[in-house]
Design a binder for this molecule. Sequence first.
Ligand SMILES: [Zn+2]
Length: 240
Amino acid sequence: MKLSKISEHIYYMEHDPETDRPALGYIKGKKGGFMMDAGNSAAHYQLFMEKLQENQLPSPRYLSVTHAHWDHTFALWATDAVTIAGGKTNKELEKMSHWTWDDASMEKRLETGEDSDFSDTHIRKEYTHRSDIKVKTAEISFNGSMTIDLGDITCILREIVSPHCRDSVIFLIPQDEVIFLGDSYCSVPKGEEWVYDKVLLTAYIDELERIDFRHAIKGHHPPQTKEALLAELRAEWKRL
Ligand SMILES: [Zn+2]
């Protein structure tokens, strides 16, 4: 996995489908770095720190997550950065912090629909010892939006309606015309299939159309231009 530069201030490490590791992002500011999503384990987070070091980039001063799903948040405990999450995400994380990871508990959550087969499979792949799993809430939470001034570059954290989950946050970096989507563009796993909710997808497309950006960094796919992203989402919408 390599660290790529997508604009003057922004870098990302590509996703890894093997254990469902999402793309992680980084904004280099004069007053410090801002990391986008934490990673699915301390090992994932550490790999990203190594990539930053190789590229002479400092450890992040701030770290924020796009939503509560395990693959984006389970490394929150492993960072020294100030951690930030949307209010809904932090509520989810608080709930998940009481979960246990033995086989019976995991199977129960599949029955109740609290967790998906897809997550279950990949958690088992990422963690040799599931007793290593630690779920932590972020130190700072916000509702609506929040702006972080990194000196020469600003990042806007904003809640967004998404077909993927109810607690989606996107990161906008207007100066570099970049948006970091997390999984907000994704559908939801239902058994073997991934399904979009038409109402939510409509609202999501409307919202993206109104935001100015050139490049979108996606959680589990390569980056896209705004045009390519919207064309893909409209094609999904037409199939519904
Ligand atoms: Zn997700």
